[in-house]
Design a binder for this molecule. Structure first.
Ligand code: SF4
Length: 372
């Protein structure tokens, strides 16, 4: 069982973010917990069991804005007390957190509630860049957050970093990777900055206050991260994710291998192997639906066999596992000739250059049914 809990609240909108969030000064924690429990009652409470491959993931938004007691109440419903210790049971319980929310007390309370993995939205170790991003933390808070988590017994820590920023910020990507490396976390996620419509960044670019990220710089920084992190002992096991000591995100790996999952909360998606459902996006609409005893599902789509095959090809190529060569009945020679794909031990895999062009590769094979 893989359970995703979407927590939509943020205290402000980051300059590049177009996620479905609810900006709130005061977090309506009790209403949120009631809504999640109400949705659980409706969908039939999925409970993680100690089978060794279960995961629960609090994503957002900013889940760390919820009081620890609210997180504990939700976990009580989906995570039996006896399964709280991941080494014993294999249940990975992740909380996305912003560094400024990670106090020693919160870290201890999260651990007691069952959280055993934290994904920290570090983004950069340059305070000027963090201000430009509208982040509410500074670099020193990220360092303190990692320490507080370790002191509380949470060793499995991931950092998010964003690359490909506009030239004029003079961001030193190598320095940021060095700072992240110095913290010795188990996992790093690196995301390229994209300009989404109607974000503050989009507006700044439209009025000439900043420049759109440069494609060449984007590619250079992505490839540099590959070289640097690989040399530092990380394995890039997915286009944006690198892990040390085999500590991959089991939850996200379940998505990438096409496993079924249950999503709770506004905008959360669920998948049962053939049908994908998604909840109402807006917090208020979601809360009202659950409170009135209606389904929170906004819509659903049943994937055709062809869609599933293409999705499988896309997900497989995102990961280091790639796809069996036999899945490509007619692998197009130009793809391998360009150095974007390689065949290793009977499997077709993206090279780092290929991962940079994953969308083009998938677009190409989507027009050729025989290729996947
Ligand atoms: S904290 Fe995350 S979800 Fe919230 S606004 Fe920033 S990027 Fe978006």
């Amino acid at each position: 069982m893989h359970i995703y809990v979407h927590v939509p609240f943020c205290q402000r909108r980051c300059s590049y973010c177009d996620f479905s969030i609810a900006v709130r000064k005061r977090i309506p924690a009790q209403e949120y917990v009631d809504a999640i429990i109400g949705e659980l009652a409706r969908v039939g409470s999925p409970a993680a069991t100690p089978r060794g491959n279960d995961t629960i993931y609090f994503g957002g938004g900013t889940p760390s804005l919820l009081p620890p007691a609210a997180i504990a109440t939700i976990l009580e419903k989906v995570l039996p007390r006896t399964t709280h210790d991941v080494p014993r049971t294999g249940v990975e319980v992740t909380l996305e957190a912003n560094p400024e929310d990670v106090t020693p007390d919160h870290a201890v309370a999260w651990r007691a509630a069952g959280i055993n993995r934290v994904s920290l939205g570090a983004q950069s170790f340059d305070d000027t860049v963090l201000k430009w991003m509208h982040r509410s933390h500074d670099a020193a808070q990220t360092t303190r957050a990692v320490q507080a988590l370790r002191d509380a017994g949470i060793e499995n820590i991931s950092l998010d970093l964003i690359f490909g920023l506009p030239e004029e910020l003079k961001r030193n990507w190598e320095r940021d990777l060095d700072m992240a490396h110095a913290l010795r976390t188990t996992h790093l996620s690196v995301y390229g900055l994209t300009v989404e419509p109607r974000t503050p960044l989009d507006r700044w670019i439209s009025r000439g206050a900043t420049h759109a990220p440069d494609e060449e710089r984007y590619a250079e920084e992505y490839l540099f991260a590959h070289r640097r992190l690989t040399a530092d002992g990380f394995v890039f096991y997915e286009v944006s994710n690198a892990a040390r000591d085999g500590l991959r995100s089991q939850h996200n790996s379940a998505y990438w291998s096409g496993k079924a999952y249950v999503g709770l909360g506004p905008a959360a998606h669920s998948f049962d192997g053939t049908t994908r459902r998604w909840n109402l996006r807006a917090w208020e609409a979601y809360r009202r639906a659950v409170a009135e005893g209606r389904s929170a599902v906004e819509s659903e789509e049943r994937l055709t066999e062809e869609q599933r095959a293409l999705e499988q090809a896309y997900l497989g190529l995102r990961t280091i596992e790639g796809l069996p060569v036999t899945a490509f009945a007619r692998l197009r020679p130009p793809l391998t000739a360009q150095g974007w794909l390689e065949v290793v031990d009977g499997r077709v895999k993206c090279t780092p250059e290929g991962w940079l062009r994953l969308d083009s590769i998938v677009n190409e094979i989507s027009h050729d049914r025989a290729a996947y």
